[in-house]
Design a protein around this ligand. Structure first.
Ligand SMILES: NC(=O)C1=CN([C@@H]2O[C@H](COP(=O)(O)OP(=O)(O)OC[C@H]3O[C@@H](n4cnc5c(N)ncnc54)[C@H](OP(=O)(O)O)[C@@H]3O)[C@@H](O)[C@H]2O)C=CC1
Ligand SMILES: CC(=O)C(=O)O
Ligand SMILES: [Mg+2]
Length: 391
């Protein structure tokens, strides 16, 4: 184990173990306090909520409480490591909710792979929460799970790996295009990965003006082509081509989007790309190709990863705390496309308004304190304009 790995274990093991703890928000020092907090006083808000469910927002923590829910089937790029092993990631998401947007988040690792049962479990849990952040649930099950929960529940349900990633990729790409003098409608994109994150990112790229026919997608078996038998989600991206591999498709490409796993991109692939390529190697924790290896063969490339130890961190953490803050504050029952696009533009603009803006700073840093004050109002405004804000 190297020194960094030892540090990571020591960080998590330092007492108290893990990264999150609950906090009491009212005085509970005297018998009189107890009489208010518990019996008999607690019965009064219970009955108020029975008579008017909206009162839960006034008398409980629900309105500022988000569930971070996984079944551990696609944890980062580590794959299907199971619910329990996913807990450090989910605690990490809870930390980011609190740190960046003062949202209390509870991580729930549910040992259930069956999509029907998972939907039932999450639906049954929903009264406790103001929102649900689905995390690291693998494709294709994640698409159906999110859709059914959104149809059924009166609170926002958001699959972070799909939409959070798509928002930040969209923002990063807009700025990378501007910096390299490209138009979205002119570029050719090669994507490695055809799972939750990739599918949503590609739809976002199309929304931003990239032409569908200019997007080539690879899964673990190679290029998605009309000659292959594919799932409905993948079929949308199939190209009618004789090409089969990433190495073939990447010749002349302007953009590489990596949402797959480590080692998928080679230096030879990078050398085949257009001048000043845009290379987003976003697999976590180990990218498709390390930035220093990309740089060796493409010195003018704009490079992003999902990690905090390289510049240009394209990670859904740049948006999910603020999207949920906005949704909770304005009582949005869903996080719709208008809110997502407002988030893309706000993040992109924030980076452009920074003195550091350039190839090494195409998105704001995760710790940028301006994110809360700029992204949230933009998303709230979009929620109001699109009629989903209820407060
Ligand atoms: N930076 C960020 O913010 C984020 C990064 N990610 C990263 O994206 C990756 C995928 O996550 P997610 O979409 O949630 O997971 P999924 O399990 O839903 O999808 C994984 C996809 O990667 C494909 N894949 C696996 N190995 C290869 C390979 N060797 N070559 C090409 N494709 C391959 C799979 O192919 P097949 O369909 O054939 O199984 C599948 O399409 C992870 O590494 C994750 O860390 C995800 C979300 C956010
Ligand atoms: C960042 C993230 O959500 C992932 O890699 O899965
Ligand atoms: Mg994730």
């Amino acid at each position: 184990m190297n020194q960094f790995e030892q540090e990571a274990l020591a960080y998590h093991a330092a007492a108290p173990a893990g990264k999150v703890a609950l906090q009491i928000t009212k005085d509970v020092n005297t018998a009189a306090d107890l009489a208010l907090a518990y019996s008999p006083g607690v019965a009064v808000p219970c009955l108020a909520i029975r008579d008017n469910p909206e009162a839960a927002l006034k008398y409980t923590a629900k309105g500022n409480l988000v569930a971070v829910i996984t079944n551990g089937t696609a944890v980062l790029g580590l794959g299907d490591i199971g619910a329990l092993a996913a807990k450090p990631v989910m605690e990490g998401k809870a930390v980011l909710f609190k740190k960046f947007a003062n949202i209390d988040a509870v991580d729930l690792e549910i040992d259930e792979r069956d999509p029907d049962k998972l939907v039932e479990i999450i639906a049954a849990l929903h009264p406790s929460f103001g929102g649900i952040n689905l995390e690291d649930i693998k494709a294709p099950e994640c698409f159906e799970i999110e859709r059914r929960l959104n149809e059924r529940l009166p609170i926002p349900v958001f699959h972070d790996d799909q939409h959070g990633t798509a928002i930040v990729v969209g923002a990063g790409l807009l700025n990378a295009l501007a910096l390299t003098g490209r138009q979205a409608s002119d570029i050719r994109v090669v994507c490695s990965g055809a799972g939750a994150a990739a599918m949503a990112c590609l739809e976002m790229l199309v929304q931003l003006g990239v032409r569908r026919e200019q997007i080539y997608v690879c899964d673990s078996k190679g290029l998605l082509t009309t000659r292959r038998s594919l799932s409905a989600e993948k079929e949308v991206w199939a190209q009618d081509t004789e090409l089969h591999t990433l190495a073939q498709a990447i010749v002349g490409a302007d953009v590489f989007l990596g949402l797959s796993g480590p080692g998928v991109l080679t230096q030879t692939d990078v050398m085949q790309m257009a001048d000043e390529p845009i290379i987003f190697t976003l697999a976590n924790p180990e990218p498709e190709l390390r930035p220093e290896l990309v740089r060796e063969v493409a010195p003018r490339a704009i490079i992003a990863t999902g990690r905090s130890d390289y510049p240009n961190q394209i990670n859904n953490a740049l948006c999910f705390p603020y999207l949920f803050r906005a949704a909770l504050d304005c009582g949005a029952r869903t996080i719709n496309q208008a809110m997502k696009l407002a988030c893309v533009r706000a993040i992109a603009e924030l980076a452009r308004n920074s003195p550091e803006f350039g190839p090494g700073a195409i998105v704001p840093e995760l710790l940028d304190p301006r994110l809360l004050a700029t992204v949230c109002p933009a998303v709230v405004a979009a929620a109001r304009a699109s009629g989903v804000a209820h407060r």
